[in-house]
Design a protein around this ligand. Structure first.
Ligand code: SAH
Length: 236
């Protein structure tokens, strides 16, 4: 009996990479976009097309791959999550990108949101506070050939002053209130898409008008992981 169990384990171990494969992912991504994102009202064809062509399964841990195209956020380790596909589509479309922008993202996480942005703008600058995730997402994006995304291990509350100003800013973790430096580093006419709040969070689209005036619009209630402060200083 013991012998059979041992053989079974060896079989599972050898077959694991096969189980973890995602067959026909383009079809799954298409169904995901049509049934989860379009039906909820995201209409930007460019965003929808890019999401049909982005291999979401490449951004999640192996054991989550079978669920990568499902209608939910997924754990990516270190208590963090990759956002629900609909939220990625919605936030991306709210930025109203034309193709030539320099975009700042806060909360690189898996790198998936950055990958989606990569094909819709000129450059993506993305900051992640957890070193392990910064290293991993950088490796994933390089492996998949994304060459206009710059990932930095750092504190998103500081923004990226050396690269500012940005045409658009997207924040994928929720601060209790709007971080002033992110608004400062936004160009006039640019949009900042950000979940704000603690227990109750709302997704805001903030436009910077002439004279630094803020135009705020609340879109929907959301649930994001908190935007945290570093536990120890992060080296420059
Ligand atoms: N955009 C990501 C979603 C990541 S979840 C994706 O596509 O997968 C939010 C991420 O924000 C987490 O990885 C978390 O570590 C990070 N985060 C939280 N506070 C932060 C801060 N102050 N600066 C930068 N990143 C932060």
């Amino acid at each position: 009996m013991n012998h059979i169990f041992r053989l079974l384990w060896v079989y599972i171990w050898i077959q694991y990479p096969v189980f973890a494969q995602v067959d026909n992912w383009e079809q799954k991504a298409k169904v995901m976009v049509d049934n989860q994102i379009m039906v909820r009202g995201v209409q930007d064809e460019k965003v929808l097309d890019i999401m049909r062509q982005t291999p979401r399964h490449e951004f999640v841990p192996t054991e989550q791959r079978p669920f990568s195209y499902m209608d939910s956020p997924l754990p990516i380790g270190y208590d963090q999550t990759i956002s629900q596909p609909y939220i990625v589509g919605l936030m991306t479309s709210l930025l109203e990108l034309k193709g030539n922008e320099k975009v700042l993202e806060i909360g690189t996480g898996s790198g998936y949101q950055a990958a989606v942005l990569s094909n819709l703008c000129k450059e993506v600058f993305s900051i992640e506070i957890l070193q392990e995730l910064a290293v991993r997402s950088k490796a994933t994006l390089a492996r998949l050939g994304y060459d206009n995304i710059y990932v930095k291990w750092g504190d998103g509350y500081q923004g990226w002053p050396d690269e500012a100003p940005f045409d658009a800013v997207i924040v994928t973790a929720a601060p209790p209130k709007l971080p002033p430096k992110l608004f400062e580093q936004l160009k006039v006419g640019g949009k900042l898409v950000i979940p704000v709040g603690s227990i109750w969070q709302e997704l805001w689209v903030i436009t910077k008008l002439q004279g630094g005036i803020m135009d705020k619009e609340s879109v929907i209630p959301v649930r994001f992981v908190p935007m945290v402060h570093p536990k120890k200083p992060i080296p420059e």
